[in-house]
Unconditional design. Structure first.
Length: 403
């Protein structure tokens, strides 16, 4: 189904009825902003994306006439079946949400409410009207179905109403739920109660998201720790939580930064020896791949016995690698050609200076994260990875220095 993304703008903390305690954007210093650098930068370090967008500094919510103008302009060039409403703030807090959905529905389009916490729902009737006006898919950040936990940790003054809205959506829409998991707060018995409720209500899927509290875990904007004294789950502990939930509940369970028990991603091909042999046999060039903690053991195995070596930096998610991480790399481990993740937050020229190499190549996603893998089956996930690695190997053979 072709979907049109409509960004309502808004900013975290301002347009979501206040920060959740665990919000990635809490405690940011947005007055003294230094650009990170990224693939979108031109000649100098800094662009709109790595300076402002990464912080969700989008300005206030757009007026409804402006949103509808964007919708009409988009429909001139292409036919869509669904509109995905997203925002830097919370979609449920958009002041004209019901009116907007009614107007979109008049165009004959279905609606996906993208990633809302429901904190903006003052009345359960709002959810009922939204369904009447074409909302048939919702991505809902719940944290817990325990209203006291939502009040305390999400700054949610309408906790019972938000939970009631989620229940109504589950009964009338396709609902995907996101749960940020914090040790000792909403894990174990609390998590089981939440997942049990979601199963009873008819939710389709749930993604468990490991809470990040250090720079290593992904807080690259200078605001770590978000919560003092909280030690998060290790990668292995979190993987076991995801596995247990998958085995216990009749929901499509995935996890981020890992893993998906159905597709066996990330890096499902790491266990497929026949596929690995075919891929390795194609490698002619030599290069170094720089990656993070989650990907490292998989990539190390995939490229074992080839002229490609894998170097790890102390950052769990490779897409969040920064210039600071590259400065800690041992240059003795590097070959002439270096591959870094396409979405790493570092300018190409800066990477060249830090690593002392002239050939820096960016590579795209090699696997599926839990936020997207839920719509794939195992065969589709494998085919995705095979295509991605074939593309990477082609780049290695083209750019890779040969002795």
């Amino acid at each position: 189904m072709s979907s049109l993304l409509l960004d309502l703008k808004g900013e975290p903390g301002k347009d979501c009825r206040g920060f959740c305690k665990f919000c990635y954007f809490r405690k940011l210093d947005n007055k003294n902003i230094e650009p990170l650098g990224c693939k979108n930068c031109q000649f100098t370090v800094g662009c709109d994306y790595c300076t402002y967008s990464v912080r969700e500094l989008n300005g206030p919510f757009l007026p409804i006439p402006m949103v509808l103008m964007q919708l009409q302009s988009s429909l001139i060039f292409k036919r869509y079946e669904k509109v995905n409403l997203t925002a830097g703030g919370d979609v449920s807090c958009y002041p004209n949400l019901v009116e907007l959905c009614k107007a979109i529905n008049n165009f004959g389009l279905k609606i996906h409410l993208g990633y809302t916490s429901g904190k903006g729902f003052n009345d359960i009737k709002i959810a009922e009207k939204l369904v009447d006006y074409g909302v048939d898919e919702v991505t809902f950040s719940i944290f817990s179905t325990n209203p006291e936990l939502r009040r305390k940790w999400m700054n949610d003054k309408n906790a019972e109403t938000a939970i009631g809205a989620l229940k109504y959506f589950c009964e009338n829409c396709e609902v995907h739920v996101a749960i940020i998991v914090i040790p000792g707060v909403n894990d174990k018995d609390e998590l089981n109660k939440t997942l049990s409720d979601l199963e009873d209500w008819g939710a389709k899927a749930a993604i468990l998201m490991r809470f990040a509290n250090t720079e290593e875990q992904g807080l690259i904007l200078g605001n770590a720790p978000i919560l003092e004294g909280v030690k998060v789950h290790s990668l292995e502990e979190f993987k076991n939580i995801v596995r247990e939930a998958h085995e216990t509940y009749d929901l499509r369970i995935t996890g981020t930064p890992l893993y998906d028990p159905v597709t066996n991603t990330p890096f499902a091909i790491a266990k497929e020896e026949k596929i690995l042999k075919k891929l390795r046999d194609k490698i002619e060039g030599e290069a170094t791949i720089i990656t993070g903690n989650v990907s490292y053991p998989f990539l190390k195995k995939i490229f074992e016995g080839t002229n490609v070596n894998v170097v790890r930096v102390n950052k769990d998610i490779a897409d969040l690698i920064t210039a600071k991480d590259l400065k800690k790399v041992d240059k003795k481990e590097l070959k002439e050609t270096i591959f870094i993740p396409e979405r790493a937050f570092v300018h190409d020229e800066v990477a060249k200076k830090i690593l002392g190499r002239d050939i820096i190549v960016r590579f795209g996603s090699l696997t599926l994260d839990g936020e997207v893998s839920g719509i794939y089956d195992k065969e589709e996930a494998l085919n995705y990875e095979i295509d991605a690695f074939n593309e990477l190997i082609g780049m290695i053979n083209f750019f890779g220095y040969r002795k």
